[in-house]
Design a binder for this molecule. Structure first.
Ligand code: ZN
Length: 500
């Protein structure tokens, strides 16, 4: 096994091959309890404190299905334009791994609860791309292994492993696309846009925390290439657990260039799982991919089949909230945004954030200016998603209000926001700690104005002669003397008053 890859230039890949994608997204539901027992479903607890005989797979322990999880699965299916099964069952997926004490995962196999849907995805240029959904099925999460002593946290080279079963039995929905073809060079962008759209949808449905960094949304990216004259799909690889939107895009692009180089040199693609390395942007070989037969699926005998009545399904359809694409259409109308303004808002991933900032009292123009124009740059610089930046819409709305009331200048406001982003607490605490209040005390400002006028007598003379434009130099000097904490408008007024 080698970690050095021959890669083909991307333009040449597109000239010679058509990419085919398949995306599998696992989403952890944020139900109060686990899928088949009453244990708490909370992220980040002390290891092995949220466990019981059922999720530890003790002999004789029997599962009982979480109704709320079924409800969430059906709502997800409906929002993805799927058909909802009239009758379906769980199945046992048999394999051994230490993080799964039952030695089988309770999942769904040939009878998923939702199937045959689609999601329309908005690309960067505003165009729509339809991704067809094969199925959305229910299953349980496994526990977590922590490999100790190895260099990379992987099992290779580890001295021993620790196991935490808090996550064992957490409800999961796995959403699987049909093969995605026809993307051409936009394959990496389509992959990112799809996961983004799915995340926004799941968030709107309020069924999951959808935190990729905490693993409550995980994406496996299947990639294969077809030579231009080929009639069948090529062999695919599956890059597992890619944990950011940007990484999804990078992983797909990397696999395309790696596979193309291998195929062009007469090599063959191995059907396998691969790992994505954030630091190098490359993938490395995992295990050879099992086929369905290897898992020896059979219907779960300890759970009754699920037969959601059509009345219940329609009732749940009625609970669907305003979905992201509907919300986009509405805000464009309400705020009279141009197509370009809407596209900037959507591409920044800021629709919900701006809406929440407006709900907290700002105007949409102010809110957009902060989130789309300023905070997006901050997020890029810090390498995180806008929503994970660590500042809330309510905090931004308060900063905007302080600017409007004259207590902060725009420059000071940016410094306050930087303080919040750096973990210094609430905006008010940052203002206090960094001493960022605007100097609005006229006597202090008058003193600074007099000093500046005295230091530049020729400029002062011009202003006295009525050349008001010359006041800019004095304003600049006062701003410098007050370390930018004066209200420039008020300073100008005082200068004119002093010279008239
Ligand atoms: Zn339990």
């Amino acid at each position: 096994m080698t970690s050095v890859h021959e890669l083909m230039d991307y333009a040449e890949v597109i000239e010679r091959f058509d990419p085919v994608l398949g995306l599998e997204v696992h989403v952890e539901l944020h139900t109060n309890t686990k899928m088949f027992c009453g244990c708490a479903n909370v992220f980040g607890g002390e290891p092995n404190t949220q466990v019981c005989p059922v999720c530890l797979g003790m002999p004789g322990a029997l599962p009982a299905l979480n109704g709320k999880a079924v409800e969430s699965a059906i709502r997800i299916g409906l929002a993805l334009n799927c058909e909802i099964a009239e009758w379906c069952r769980f199945a046992r997926k048999n394999y051994f791994y230490p993080d799964m004490p039952k030695n089988f995962q309770t999942s769904q196999y040939d009878e998923p609860i939702a199937f045959n849907g689609y999601l329309d995805v908005t690309l960067d240029d505003g165009s729509l791309f339809r991704v067809e959904i094969e199925r959305a099925h229910m299953e349980e999460d496994t526990g977590k292994s922590l490999h100790v002593g190895g260099a990379t946290g992987r099992i290779h080279g580890a001295e021993h492993s620790l196991l935490d079963y808090n996550r064992a039995g957490v409800p999961l929905i796995e959403i699987v696309t049909k093969p995605i073809t026809g993307t051409g060079e936009r394959a990496p962008e389509v992959a990112r846009a799809y996961v983004t759209a799915l995340r926004d949808l799941l968030k709107a449905l309020d069924v999951s925390d959808v935190r990729m960094d905490q693993g409550s949304l995980r994406c496996d990216a299947n990639v294969s290439l077809m030579a231009k004259d080929a009639t069948e799909f090529g062999t695919r690889t599956e890059t597992k657990n890619v944990n950011s939107l940007r990484s999804v895009e990078r992983a797909v692009r990397f696999e395309m260039t790696r596979q193309a180089a291998l195929l062009a040199s007469g090599g063959e693609i191995t059907q396998e799982t691969r790992h994505f390395d954030e630091s190098t942007g490359s993938t490395s070989s995992g295990r050879t991919k099992e086929t369905a037969e290897d898992y020896r699926y059979f219907p779960e005998p300890d759970l009754v089949p699920i037969a959601p009545s059509r009345e219940w399904v329609e009732e749940l359809r009625g609970t669907l909230p305003e979905l992201p694409w509907e919300r986009r259409k509405r805000v464009q109308q309400e705020w009279s945004l141009t197509d370009a303004e809407l596209r900037d808002l959507v591409n920044a991933g800021a629709v919900d954030l701006v809406t929440a900032t407006v709900d907290a009292g700002a105007t949409h123009a102010e809110a957009r200016s902060w989130w789309v124009a300023y905070l997006t740059k901050e997020a890029n610089a810090r390498g995180v998603e806008l929503a994970e930046l660590g500042i809330t819409p309510a905090q931004i709305a308060r900063v905007i209000a302080l600017v409007n009331s004259g207590e902060l200048t725009n420059k000071l406001a940016r410094e306050v926001v930087t303080g919040v982003l750096d973990g210094e607490g609430e905006p008010e605490a940052v203002i206090e700690a960094r001493g960022l209040k605007v100097v609005s005390d006229d006597s202090a400002l008058e003193k600074a104005v007099d000093e500046a006028l005295a230091a530049q007598p020729d400029v002062a003379a011009k202003i006295r002669d009525g050349k008001v434009a010359a006041a800019g130099a004095i304003v600049g000097a006062v701003m410098k003397a007050t370390k930018g904490q004066a209200d420039a408008k008020r300073v100008r007024e005082l200068i004119i008053a002093r010279c008239s």
